[in-house]
Design a protein around this ligand. Structure first.
Ligand code: PMP
Length: 449
C-alpha cells in the first residue's frame, strides 16, 4: 500500500509538493501532541502540522464542537447571518486591543495577507508595500511579492505578482545567522540585553530609512512584519527595532501590518499576540494556522476606520470565510486555550525547552544558534562556529531523518534549510520536551561518529 501511495503521489499530485523525508511518513491518526503512522509507530509531533495544530490533534472538546456543528449546519455564506460567526467575532475581538475591533474572516494566511494589502492601499491611497528580506507572507500571486525567503525567490521570474520593496540588508539571517551580524551565534538570553544588539538595531534602522528614502518612490501603503520570522528559521529582531520601524512607516503615510499567522494565539507565551512582545500596536493584524487548530480558517482584524476605507471602494467577499464550521471550531479553540491555560503553558514549557536545547549549543560545534520564544524555537546548524557556514543540506537531512526514526518530528527553515524549527501544540509537557531533547542529542551524537 505504501508503494502505491508513492506512485499516486508521483503521478497525480503536483511535483512542487515535495515530502520532508526520502521515505515519506504515511500518517493515519493523531491525538493531542502525538501522531501515528499506518504501522502503529508513534511520533511526538514537534512541528504541529507546520505550526498549526495549536491545541492538539483531534482535541476532544474541539472534536465534540465540530461534530455538533456538522449535524446542524455546514455552510451558508456570510451574506446570511448565523450565530457561530457572531459568537466568534465577539470572542476574537475581545482578545485584541482597541481600536482593532473589526474582523474579516478568510480561509488561509495568504488570503488574509492579500486582503491586508488591499486594505493598506485603500486606506493610504498609496501603492508600495514593504516587507523584510527573509519574510514569508504567503504563496498567492500577490503575497509572493512579499515572501522573500531565499529558497522561494530563487527560481521566480522577476516581476511576477506584486512587487514589494525589501530592506536590502536587514535580517538576511543565515550563516549562523541570528540578527546580530557581529556575533551571530549568540544565545537569545544574550540578545535581549547585549549592547551589540542595540548597535545592530541602529544599523538596521539606518538601512530601513535608506530603503524608505531611496527606493519606495514616496508612496508607502503598508509594511508587513512577522513578529518573529518563522519560515526563515525563527529569526528575531533586535530589541526596539520593530517599534522604530513602525514609527518610520507611519511618518511616510503607510499602515503597519503584523502577520501573526505563526506567532499568534499564545504560542509565544508571554503574550497572546507576537506584536505585544515588541510593544507595538499594528493597524492591521492577520492570522491563520493556529486559529482553527488545523481547520482551514483565517482572519484579518483592523480598525473601524481602515475597515471603512475598504468598504468605500470595494466589495470584498469570499464564499467560505466565516462559515459555521470554521467559526464554531474557532470559538472552541479560544475556549480551550483559556480553560487549559495553554498560553501559560507555552511560556513555562517554552522557557524550559529553550534552555535545554541551548545547552546543546555548548556541547556540539555544529549547533550554531538556539533562539526563539515560547513554543517557537529555531536551532541553526553550522559547519562550525567559526566559519558560520550552514551545515550541508545532506547532513541536516540525515539528522532530521534520524529524529524521525527515533519518534520525533521537527520542522526545517532558513534559506539553506539549515535551521530546525520546533513548534509543538501548546499542550506539550516538560517530560515530552526531555524526550525530544534526548532524541535530538542522540541524532547529533550519531552524526558526529
Ligand atoms: N504568513 C506566515 C507568517 C506564514 O508562516 C504562512 C504560512 N507558512 C503564511 C503567511 C501563509 O499562510 P497559508 O499557507 O495559510 O496561506
Amino acid at each position: 500500500a505504501y508503494n502505491r501511495v508513492l506512485e499516486i503521489h508521483k503521478q497525480h499530485l503536483s511535483p512542487v509538493l515535495t515530502a520532508y523525508f526520502s521515505e515519506p511518513l504515511l500518517l493515519h491518526q493523531g491525538y493531542m501532541e502525538w501522531l501515528f503512522d499506518y504501522e502503529g509507530n508513534r511520533y511526538l509531533d514537534f512541528f504541529s502540522g507546520i505550526v498549526t495544530v495549536s491545541v492538539g490533534h483531534c482535541h476532544p472538546k474541539v472534536n465534540a464542537v465540530a461534530q455538533k456543528q456538522l449535524g446542524r449546519l455546514w455552510h451558508t455564506s456570510a451574506v446570511f447571518f448565523h450565530p457561530p460567526i457572531h459568537e466568534y467575532a465577539e470572542k476574537l475581538s475581545a482578545l485584541l486591543p482597541e481600536p482593532l475591533k473589526v474582523i474579516f474572516l478568510m480561509n488561509s494566511g495568504s488570503e488574509a495577507n492579500d486582503l491586508a494589502m488591499l486594505m493598506a492601499r485603500a486606506h493610504s491611497n498609496n501603492t508600495d508595500i514593504i516587507s523584510f528580506r527573509g519574510a514569508y507572507h504567503g504563496c498567492s500571486p500577490y503575497t509572493l511579492g512579499l515572501t522573500n525567503v531565499g529558497f522561494y525567490k530563487m527560481e521566480l521570474p522577476s516581476g511576477m505578482g506584486c512587487q514589494s520593496t525589501m530592506c536590502p540588508d536587514v535580517f538576511r539571517g543565515p550563516w549562523g545567522g541570528s540578527h546580530c551580524r557581529d556575533s551571530p551565534v549568540q544565545t537569545i538570553r544574550k540578545c535581549s540585553c547585549a549592547p551589540d544588539c542595540c548597535q545592530a538595531k541602529d544599523q538596521y534602522i539606518e538601512q530601513f530609512k535608506d530603503t524608505l528614502n531611496t527606493s519606495v518612490a514616496k508612496s508607502i501603503a503598508g509594511f508587513f512584519a512577522e513578529p518573529i520570522q518563522g519560515v526563515n528559521g525563527v529569526v528575531q529582531y533586535p530589541k526596539g527595532f520593530l517599534k522604530e520601524a513602525f514609527e518610520l512607516v507611519r511618518e511616510w503615510g503607510g499602515v503597519c501590518i503584523a502577520d501573526e499567522v505563526q506567532t499568534g494565539f499564545g504560542r509565544l507565551g508571554s503574550h497572546f499576540w507576537g506584536f505585544q512582545t515588541h510593544g507595538v500596536l499594528p493597524d492591521i493584524v492577520t492570522m491563520a494556522k493556529g486559529i482553527g487548530n488545523g481547520f482551514p480558517m483565517a482572519a484579518v482584524v483592523t480598525t473601524p476606520e481602515i475597515a471603512k476605507s475598504l468598504a468605500k471602494c470595494l466589495l470584498h467577499f469570499n464564499t467560505f470565510g466565516g462559515n459555521p464550521m470554521a467559526c464554531a471550531i474557532g470559538s472552541s479553540v479560544l475556549e480551550v486555550i483559556k480553560e487549559e491555560n495553554l498560553q501559560e503553558n507555552s511560556q513555562e514549557v517554552g522557557t524550559y525547552m529553550l534552555l535545554k536545547f541551548a545547552k546543546l549549543r555548548d556541547e556540539f560545534e555544529i549547533v550554531g544558534d538556539v533562539r526563539g520564544k515560547g513554543l517557537m524555537i529555531g536551532i541553526e546548524m553550522v559547519k562550525d562556529k567559526t566559519s558560520r557556514q550552514p551545515l550541508p543540506r545532506e547532513e541536516v537531512n540525515q539528522i532530521h531523518q534520524d529524529c524521525k526514526r527515533m519518534g520525533l518530528l521537527i520542522g526545517r527553515g532558513g534559506t539553506f534549510s539549515q535551521t530546525f524549527r520546533i513548534a509543538p501544540s501548546m499542550c506539550i509537557t516538560k517530560p515530552e520536551v526531555d524526550f525530544a531533547v534526548e532524541v535530538f542529542r542522540s541524532a547529533l551524537i550519531q552524526h558526529m561518529e
